[in-house]
Design a protein around this ligand. Structure first.
Ligand SMILES: [Zn+2]
Length: 70
């Protein structure tokens, strides 16, 4: 039965990963999306000095780190 639990965990992780990728794609395409939790608009935070870019909502409940290619 532990095998079944494992596959459920994997499925959830994969779902949220694909969800994040979809969010990133839309925001980068200039579309306006709202945070699922607080319904604030998600904004793209440009690459900082450490080379990290983020997609955040105002409250910070959504915080997706982007892979930035140099
Ligand atoms: Zn939020």
């Amino acid at each position: 039965m532990s095998k079944l639990d494992f596959s459920v965990v994997n499925k959830e992780t994969s779902n949220s990963f694909h969800k994040q990728k979809a969010v990133i794609k839309k925001v980068l395409a200039g579309k306006t999306l709202a945070c699922e939790i607080c319904q604030q608009v998600l904004v793209l935070v440009p690459k900082n000095q450490e080379g990290h870019a983020y997609i955040n909502c105002q409250k910070g409940c959504t915080n997706i780190e982007l892979e930035v290619e140099n």
